[in-house]
Every structure is written in C-alpha cells, then in structure tokens.
Design a protein around this ligand. Structure first.
Ligand code: PMP
Length: 422
C-alpha cells in the first residue's frame, strides 16, 4: 500500500490531511459514514508506539509505564476534543454501540428515556423497560423540540434521559441538540448525544450544547476499528454496577468481598485496547486542528453532489425535515424503478465506486422517509463524503448514475446470498 495526498486541493479549502490509501487504485470510497479511512498521521503514531505497547496499570516495566501514561493522556485528549467539563469522565469502549449499552446499564433505577424512533439502532435499542418512550420525529426541527418537551412532561417522577443524534446517519441532517437540551433541563432531564456521525465533521462541545454524555466511534473518526468512548457525567457511572466484571475494574478482591474502582476503569475490565485508543486520540487531534478546512472541503463537495442528484431523472433524496437544515456530507436517495442493491453493485463492479445500500441500521427512519418520497420498500442508497472524497469521485458517481438510469448495466447481475453479483 502507498500513501498519497488523497485530498486534492479544493478551491479555498487548502486541505492537506493525508490518508492511508491502497496505492494507485482509483477506488472512490463514498461510504465514509460507515467507516472512514485511516489518517497517515494515525498510522505513523501507531507505528512509533507498537514497539512500546504493553498492558496498562499493571507493571513497573518501562513499556507498561509508557503505555499507561499514553492511555491516561488519551482521556485528556478526548475530553478536550469533546470540550467536556473538568468533572466529566472518559470511559473507553469498543464503539458508539458499546458506549450506549454501557450507559443503559448505568442508568439509575426507573430512569425514563425519551428517544426518536428514527435514531440509529445503537441509540434506539439499548434502553429497556416500561419507561422508554419512543417518539416519532416530526418534519420540522421546532416540532421535534416540542415533541421531546411533551414526552418529558408525561414521564413519571424520577431520573430522565433524552437520547439524540447530532447528525442523522441516513440524511446527514443536524438535529436541534442545543434546543432539545434546553427543554430537557426544564424537566430536569439529562441528554446523551450520539456523535457517531457528527464528530467526524464538526467540532462538538458538551459545554456549548449543554449535553451530559457523548458517544463516538474511532473507526468513523479516521482511526482503525475497536476503540470508542463514552464521555460525560461521572456520578451515574460511578454508582453503577461495573459494565464488565474482571481485572482492572477492581481496587481489592478478598475471599469475602470485591471493592470496585470508582473511576473510568470501573467499566473497563480486561486488558484495554491501548493501541486503539491512542490511534483514536491522534485522529481527534488531527481533526481538531483542521475544522475550518474540513468544513469547507465537505460543503463544496456536498453541494456538487446534491445539485447533481437533483438533476438525475427519478432520483428522490430522503430528508428528515421539510426545510433545508445544516447538514454533514451524507445523502440517501432512491431512484424510481431501480433496486438500490443492484445499483450499488453496478457502481462498485463497473465504476469502482463504493456506496452503501440498505436501511442503514435505522430501519424506521429509512422506510418512513422512502414512503414520504412516494416510494416503496425499506432500502435506499447512501453516499457519504469525508476527507477521502474528491470532486472526481462525486463527478464519477453522478456520471455513473446517469448512465445506469439511461442504459442499465453493462454486465448481467444475479443475486448470490442476497447480494447482486456480476
Ligand atoms: N450512531 C450512528 C448515528 C451511527 O451512524 C452509527 C454507525 N453506523 C452508530 C451509532 C454505531 O456506531 P458503531 O457501529 O461504531 O457502534
């Protein structure tokens, strides 16, 4: 594999954040929302660290001390990345799904949870019990805030939590998080932000958004798989039964009793993913130093993409809200008369373009939005832009879609194990 400056100069953006790439191949990865390619700076940092990594908090050896220092420094980097309060804790998890499952287990008894039914399954499903209220997302941001207000007003006395995504993984649209947290405060509720899709594109601030928790995934933030975080208030976490039971989570174990740690280690039993969290922290530092350039790069490509799709016969974009809202570079759409899985297969095999098809782990959102375009079914196509995206990728996709709509595929495709194959 080689390294290139995969991001060509975009007018005005001056963006130079090299990615690890597969060499000279001209594969157009338009699926950053699923997992983003790794930054070169992350690879270099990991390379440098590999000879030194060891188990953390467990040894007097030099490597173990280096690893422990780096691991704990990483919590500080993530706290800064999320602009967390000084009292907030950072618990390392595998990913966003893991972070929300941890939070769900740490909720005080009888916590009421309010969540839009259109959320990603990672934010929708971990909450259980009679006090979970799934509310339907209305078509305006203002109404969305009112729906949360009403749902919280109807909750029984006791702890309350609202769970909301920063950006939709289906449409890229931004949810009104600050406004939702303002009404949550009125009802004494806490707010958990699903930042899986927002954090790779925009600076996030727990303080400014006034949210209590944020969950994110390293593999969407230009670092490899396996490391994510739950960042936020420490009281519920400190009081909760440890998420995992085992070494590292305990202060003392005797024949009679176990004394659990009260810090983030309480929920991190087992040898932690030292390399993974370090990689995540390096990616966060790189992104944090480049928000303006990242925003300009993505906005320019997004406009090019949406303009092109609007001119494609039979193409309907999925949208959560009626009015245009601020959004990240993710667009889902259906093309009248064309099976999304088939289109995705043709794009990949004949044009070297990787997009996502399906319901994007947000089944309620995807099928509802397809219905609202007048279409049928539960599957759509999703194109998601990121640091690896170029104007050529967008133009290639638009040309490919035009050709596919006009004349179909060049090859014949059959379905093998549920996938269209040439
Ligand atoms: N929330 C959103 C909005 C997502 O897009 C995703 C990933 N598709 C997740 C949560 C879950 O992330 P992970 O699979 O890394 O746990």
């Amino acid at each position: 594999s080689g390294e290139t400056n995969a991001v060509p100069p975009v007018a005005g953006a001056g963006l130079r954040i090299p990615l690890v790439t597969g060499g000279d191949i001209s594969y157009a990865n338009l699926d950053h929302a699923a997992s983003a390619p790794c930054l070169s700076a992350v690879r270099s940092a990991v390379d440098e660290f590999l000879p030194w990594y060891a188990s953390v908090h467990r040894g007097a050896g030099f490597a173990s001390q280096v690893s422990t220092r780096l691991y704990e420094r990483t919590r500080k980097v993530l706290r800064r990345f999320a602009d967390a309060r000084d009292t907030d804790t950072v618990v390392f998890t595998r990913n966003t799904t893991d972070a929300f499952n941890l939070l769900a287990k740490a909720l005080p008894h009888k916590t009421s949870v309010v969540v839009f039914d259109t959320e990603h399954h990672a934010a929708l499903l971990p909450w259980r019990g009679p006090n979970v209220r799934r509310v339907s997302l209305p078509r305006t941001r203002l109404a969305a805030v009112s729906v949360v207000d009403e749902a919280l007003a109807a909750c029984p006395q006791g702890p309350r939590l609202v769970v909301v995504a920063g950006a939709s993984n289906v449409t890229g649209e931004l949810l009104p998080v600050a406004e939702i947290s303002a009404v949550a405060r009125k009802h004494g509720a806490r707010v958990a932000l699903d930042a899986a899709q927002l954090a790779p594109h925009r600076r996030i601030s727990l303080r400014e958004l006034d949210v209590d928790y944020v969950a994110l995934s390293g593999h969407k933030l230009y670092a490899p798989f396996g490391a994510g975080a739950l960042i936020g208030r420490s009281d519920w976490l400190r009081a909760a039964v440890p998420y995992l039971a085992g070494g590292g989570a305990t202060k003392l174990v005797t024949e009679e009793a176990v004394v659990w740690n009260t810090g983030p280690e309480r929920h991190e039993a087992g040898s932690p993913n030292t390399v993974g969290v370090y990689a995540l922290s390096v990616a966060c530092e790189q992104l944090a130093a480049n928000w303006d350039a990242i925003g300009a790069h993505e906005a320019e490509l997004l406009e090019r993409l949406r303009k092109g799709l609007a001119g494609l016969p039979g193409c309907a974009e999925l949208r959560l809200f009626d009015a245009p809202v601020d959004r990240v570079g993710t667009v889902s759409f259906v093309v009248d008369g064309f099976d999304p899985g088939w289109v995705a297969a043709v794009l990949s095999a004949e044009y070297g373009i990787g997009v996502r098809d399906g319901a994007f782990c947000a089944h309620v959102a995807t099928s509802r939005l397809i219905r609202e375009t007048g279409g049928e079914g539960q599957q759509a196509l999703r194109v998601s832009l990121g640091l690896g995206s170029t104007a050529e990728h967008v133009d290639r996709l638009l040309l490919a879609l035009r050709q596919i709509v006009a004349r179909g595929a060049r090859w014949e495709y059959t379905k093998v194990d549920g996938r269209w194959t040439p």
